[in-house]
Design a protein around this ligand. Structure first.
Ligand code: NA7
Length: 543
């Protein structure tokens, strides 16, 4: 380790009672666990603080019925350990929450991570001590700890959001947010249940619980373009094939734009004759997973007319599945392009609205006025419930960071710095917050695939600093400014800003609209990060 870093590591009298580490990681999800493994390998002293009383992040908190990922399982697991790949059997092609949580616990055990993880510990603030070049974090149990490096592995969808309905606390029944689901099973039999929201989470949940509920009322604001998931058990021979071909699988998902097994069709949709085009749509529709979105014609997400052509195809699919034409029409999205919001993948969602015990309430026609002790009051009537479920999403990407009181150079708060949207260089650091790495995958990319890239970049950077004796790294304001402008320019070339969604931050009242994800392809993003590192961390100040 370099001499300056060594000297600054000496605790002063004032800081002696505070725990000292080389690095502090916030969050024990996919990214945080791998980050911890990498820093342990580098020989750093590390403490990972996790709010939950178990590891898993998303797969710890989102334990609502029906929760699963929509990535192909063989592409979702970590790729960094050949041994792990051979040891773990994915049971389903799109794996469910219980199995995903087991997987991450298996990883924590296999790589001896638990000794450096402190559960039930929420980081409430992180303040940069400029003189000592140390971050000091405050935990909700009163503890404090200091480290040279602070790594926010907080996830992009972890700050759950409940709309500020009047009377939210007055409800006398049970209420739950899907992103904070209890460990004890919730019983729905014979119960009058409300679900607010119809995003990917609600679509999974509703499909799973509708049959159990006495009566289920779904409060929908915006219908989505839901597409069939087509899940299934992984047959033993398929399992063997995964294990035999992981090298090829990982090579492929590093080449495709979004880290999946499929790539866009190189043709422009409307250049293909109508009949042939429809045959392609039908073929995509019959396939499992996101291929309808990410394996579609190349201009589906950039050309309005091409997009509308496929959108109408999907609308007709929805209409054909719902018996009551009035209900069907309410479920058909018309106000945003296909794919401008995250496509929910489903396994019988639309058929739930054919059940006698399921009612759809369109809150654009009859808005929710308030939550009452008995249930939900819309402009039309008061509905009575035993259970209200908020499937109302997250303050995405920035929320989990801005909810922590993070203060950088000159005491400037992270919240103020990001007030107009994310301000980063490469998504990895913000000027004025030295040695604070944002380890969240905010590329349009199968989450673990790009999360691994980010963790490896950060780990290599820390190793480089230690070898060269640098104590601090931070981006220059110019590099950050250029990156923010470049990200905005990319965003403007997509149809994503046409919808209100967490992608744009527009699901949160008062949140500034800005594309929260980086819209270039994953391989381009990876190449840019690698190039910056190869040029001695160009755009960063190392001192
Ligand atoms: P989403 O996709 O943000 O969906 C939240 C849902 O809640 C959506 O249908 C919203 O309607 C609805 N919502 C939010 N606020 C309100 C109010 N005030 N009134 C009525 N309805 C409301 O979150 P999910 O948890 O489903 O999915 C998030 C990600 O997790 C997903 O993309 C996957 O990557 C995993 P809106 O559409 O805003 O009109």
């Amino acid at each position: 380790m370099g001499s300056s870093a060594q000297h600054e590591h000496q605790p002063t009298a004032e800081t002696k009672s505070i725990k000292q580490f080389d690095a502090i990681i916030i969050g024990a999800g996919i990214t945080g666990l791998y980050q911890l493994h990498r820093l342990q390998q580098l020989g750093l002293s590390v403490r990972l603080y996790e709010d939950g009383d178990g590891v898993g992040g998303t797969w710890y908190w989102n334990r609502y019925p029906g929760c699963r990922f929509d990535s192909e399982s063989e592409t979702y697991g970590y790729s960094f350990s050949k041994e792990l790949l051979q040891e773990w059997d994915w049971k389903e092609h799109y794996s469910g929450q219980p199995e995903n949580e087991r997987y991450l616990n298996y990883v924590a055990d296999k790589f001896n991570l638990r000794g450096n993880i402190q559960l039930n510990s929420r980081v409430t603030s992180a303040v940069y001590d400029e003189k000592a070049s140390r971050w000091e974090v405050q935990i909700n149990n009163g503890e404090r700890a200091r480290a040279q490096f602070l790594i926010g592995a907080v996830g992009i969808l972890s700050a759950h959001f409940t709309p500020p309905f009047e009377g939210v606390d007055s409800f006398k029944g049970a209420s739950y947010h899907t992103g904070r689901w209890p460990k004890e099973p919730v019983k729905f039999e014979g119960k009058r249940v409300a679900v607010i929201g119809t995003g990917p989470t609600a679509v999974q949940l509703i499909t799973e619980i509708a049959k159990e509920c006495g009566h289920l009322t779904v409060f929908q604001r915006t219908p989505n373009y839901c597409a069939p998931l087509r899940n299934g058990q992984v047959a033993p021979e398929t399992q063997r094939r995964f294990k035999a071909t992981y090298d090829e699988i990982h090579k492929r998902i590093r080449e495709t734009p979004a880290g999946f097994m499929y790539d866009f069709d190189p043709r422009s949709a409307l250049e293909v004759p109508r009949e042939e085009r429809l045959a392609v749509y039908e073929k995509l529709w019959a396939q499992p997973g996101f291929s309808k979105w990410l394996g579609n014609f190349r201009d589906i997400m950039t050309d309005r007319e091409a997009n509308e052509d496929f959108a109408e195809f999907v609308r007709n699919k929805i209409r054909s599945r719902v018996k009551d034409p009035v209900v069907a029409e309410k479920l058909v999205p018309k106000d945003h392009p296909f794919g401008s919001k995250r496509i929910p993948l489903e396994s019988g969602y639309y058929e739930q609205f054919n059940r006698d015990n399921v009612l759809l309430v369109d809150v654009r026609e009859t808005p929710i006025e308030r939550i009452t002790p008995k249930g939900i009051k819309t402009s039309d009537k008061e509905y009575e419930f035993d259970i209200i479920i908020y499937a109302t999403g997250f303050d995405a990407v920035s929320g989990a960071l801005t909810r922590i009181d993070i203060r950088g150079e000159g005491g400037r708060t992270f919240k103020d710095t990001w007030a107009d949207g994310p301000r980063t260089y490469l998504g990895l650091q913000t000027a004025g917050f030295p040695n604070f790495f944002i380890a969240t995958n905010s590329a349009f990319c199968n989450y673990p695939v790009c999360a691994e890239t980010i963790v490896e970049w950060i780990s290599d950077c820390i190793q480089y600093m230690r070898e060269k004796g640098y104590a601090r790294i931070k981006p220059t304001r110019e590099a950050e400014e250029a990156w923010v402008a470049h990200a905005a320019e990319l965003a403007s070339q997509t149809l994503l800003s046409d919808a209100k969604s967490w992608f744009m931050g527009s699901n949160i009242p008062g949140k500034k609209r800005a594309l929260l994800l980086y819209a270039d392809s994953a391989p381009n993003y990876r190449a840019k990060c690698a190039e910056v590192a190869a040029k001695g961390y160009e755009g960063f100040v190392l001192e």
